[in-house]
Design a binder for this molecule. Sequence first.
Ligand code: SAM
Ligand code: DTB
Ligand code: SF4
Length: 330
Amino acid sequence: MPAQSEQISVSNPYPDGFRHNWTKREILEFFDLPMMDLLFQAQTLHRKYFNPNKVQLSQLCSIKTGGCPEDCKYCPQSSRYTTDVEAERLMAVEKVLEGARNAKANGATRYCMGAAWRSPKGRDMAAVCDMIKGVRDLGLESCMTLGMLDEQQAATLKQAGLDYYNHNVDSSPEYYKEIITTRTYQDRLDTLENVRGAGINVCSGGIVGMGESKADRAGMLQTLANLPEHPGSVPINMLVQVEGTPLYGEGQMDPFDFIRTIAVARLLMPASYVRLSAGREAMNDEMQALCFMAGANSIFYGEKLLTTTNPMQNTDLDLFARLGISPESA
Ligand code: SAM
Ligand code: DTB
Ligand code: SF4
């Protein structure tokens, strides 16, 4: 693989110096590299852009849980499936900010607020904007994930000071259709365009372990890397299997295939934060260490994701200490 610096030349048509024209074949060639070669290349490129011993910490808060009209087959918050998740109303702003203060005290630098909505309603926007302002006043980066956004909604969130908007492509364009029918892949890309257009940083990634093929993983990363700008953050989730969802009972993926996905994300999007996201409870310490080696440099920190559990903070701090990793400071 040519070093990125060699690609920054007059013949490179991309102003940011990064490629946005990856072919499926090139990406599959990365996936097919011997594991040690892939890890070496990914780690080498990682070191050009990041301190390899630092990891960024984001903390999640489910500001509106359950009762979602969408049919995402992985999701315990869809009202179509019978899970233990109960539908709740939008949280009060002060409660959300209490969580943000805790996140800051624990060392997180970004607070990610998620709502189980298809898209936000007009009546919710004022509260959501107050949450963004409150989080920023604490000196934390703010991130929201509220479903689809139109141009106007994106502009409103930007005006409130939103730093990042998370909206995942979830899978390849082909496999996506097997997972979600209530909105299209193009809908997702349109939302990402609206977010980008409003000047909000994009956080976009997906899920692996849903029964997809290697070509689908390549297709998902191809979509992300070939966006007009690489997302600033790329969450790679390993499916958390929740009883009652259609994907519960899906066969476990080979952990090395997950690590490869992280490494290829790093190779395609060298300067993006690649987040080792949901699914860490099902990973052992050695697997997580290999994910960091492959170029992951962000995690969700704190004992809860949105509705499912995440490793205890002490467990993460202990792993960091054993690996000589330290959390990135604000
Ligand atoms: N409702 C909004 C939406 O979907 O756009 C925002 C919240 S939604 C829970 C955010 C993302 O969480 C999904 O796009 C998906 O990638 C991830 N996610 C949800 N359930 C998951 C699971 N069981 N395992 C792994 N990732 C999951
Ligand atoms: C993302 O990519 N993963 C997070 C966040 N963005 C919103 C959500 C993971 C959810 C895991 C299942 C749950 O806890 O409900
Ligand atoms: Fe709703 Fe988001 Fe879950 Fe899909 S992923 S069912 S849109 S909360």
